[in-house]
Ligand binder design. Structure first.
Ligand SMILES: Cc1ncc(COP(=O)(O)O)c(C=O)c1O
Length: 386
């Protein structure tokens, strides 16, 4: 396994690390170990597994695979992306301060502000697309910087390398939510991040059929803390969900190539459409951080946000789509289209959304792997004449 990890390319690691044939039967697909406990030969003598909250062989395989894809020392999987973010937060102590991007997935500030502030953590939200804002927001008590790049839904980028350079000398951990790009297009650890988190619900699973979250670590002490947390708090991922992700991840490289190819076509189409006021996509040359996108990512992905001008314009088009499905979430093989103000970012409230520029007319699209001509035809009929 370690030889595969060190020598192989991304797609090979996705298909082979943690995905080895079952040694007892030769089954090519990893088995789902549906068990709550494990027989022991005598007190303290067992095969490394004692109780399924602590560890499960299907989970071990997924954790090895995802650590290899993000190039971390180990990974720990949780019941959802939010459970993974929550696990990271428990690594802090009352009195600690966290600097966060001001445009995160809405559930993240909801967790921070409505749960963790009651336990003595302090959060500041700044526009991290300018690293100087991170520098200015740091306090003596700052222990962590939490970034999402590109942001959801405004597709603003943060220079991970620049922020890491600010934080490293001060021993402040940089956490990157890499859900939008997946490890295929963005490798935050190589850019200096200390922890990477994903909602595996999205591109890693890729088929919209299971929730999950992962934290990828760069230091052994983080691994130990998170392993302890899995055991102590128990928000672990079930073996079946682990298996779904192991299966999904095998095609991550080819899916991401197709997502990216079609994402570029749809973004160009939207940018030229007269009813679309603005398109937020880092692959467009007029995106203010297009150069950073080219440097920091190896593709632009398939997440696109666009301005229709009003809630009624957005609703009119969202009612008409036929191939694109109006639904929350993203990263599946099917194209999902959503309305951030009433869905993913409803929890921010009107004021919170206004502050960061999430208008009622914004629509977000997660371009799937269908024939792109069909997607364009669907958008044409939903938006009206070009
Ligand atoms: C960027 C990002 N991070 C985290 C989450 C939370 O993940 P989950 O829904 O799996 O809890 C989401 C969900 O949409 C997301 O988009």
């Amino acid at each position: 396994m370690s030889a595969k990890r060190s020598r192989s390319g991304f797609a090979t690691r996705a298909v082979h690390v943690g995905q080895e044939a079952d040694p007892s039967t030769g089954a090519v697909a990893p088995p789902i170990f549906a068990t709550s406990t494990y027989v022991q030969e005598e007190i303290g003598k067992h095969k490394g597994y004692e109780y399924a909250r602590v560890s499960n062989p299907t989970r071990t395989r997924l954790e090895e695979n995802l650590a290899a894809l993000e190039d971390g020392v180990a990974a720990k999987v949780f019941a959802s992306g939010m459970a993974a973010i929550n696990a990271i937060t428990t690594m802090l102590k009352a009195g600690d301060h966290v600097v966060c991007g001001n445009n995160l997935y809405g559930g993240t500030p909801r967790l921070f502000n409505q749960v963790w502030t009651d336990f003595g953590l302090e959060f500041s939200y700044v526009d991290t697309s300018d690293p100087r804002n991170v520098q200015k927001a740091l306090k003596k008590t700052t222990r962590m910087v939490f970034l999402e790049t590109p942001t959801n839904p405004l597709m603003a980028l943060t220079d991970i390398q620049a922020v890491s350079a600010i934080c490293r000398p001060k021993k402040i951990d940089v956490v990157v939510d890499n859900t939008f790009m997946s490890p295929y297009f963005q490798q935050p650890i190589a850019l200096g991040a200390d922890l990477v988190v994903h909602s595996t619900t999205k591109f890693l699973n890729g088929h919209s059929d299971g929730l999950g979250g992962v934290v990828v670590c760069t230091r052994q002490e983080q691994v130990e803390k998170l392993a302890f947390l899995q055991k102590a708090a128990g928000a672990i991922l079930s073996p079946f969900e682990c298996w779904l992700i192991l299966r999904g991840v095998k095609t991550l490289a080819v899916r991401m190539e197709k997502h990216d190819e079609s994402g570029r076509v749809v973004a160009e189409f939207l940018a030229k459409h007269k009813k679309v006021k603005k398109v937020f996509y880092p692959g467009l040359t007029d995106h203010p951080q297009h150069e950073l996108a080219k440097r920091q990512m190896t593709g632009f992905g398939s997440m696109i946000t666009f301005e229709t001008g009003s809630l009624s314009n957005a609703n009119r088009m969202l009612r008409k789509v036929r191939i694109c499905s109006l639904a929350e979430s993203l990263g599946g093989v099917e194209t999902l289209i959503s309305h951030p103000a009433t869905m993913t970012h409803a929890a921010l409230g009107e004021k919170g959304r206004k502050e960061i520029g999430i208008t009622d007319g914004l629509v977000r699209i997660s371009v799937g792997i269908e024939d792109v001509e069909d997607l364009i035809a669907d958008l044409v009929q939903a938006l009206g004449a070009r």
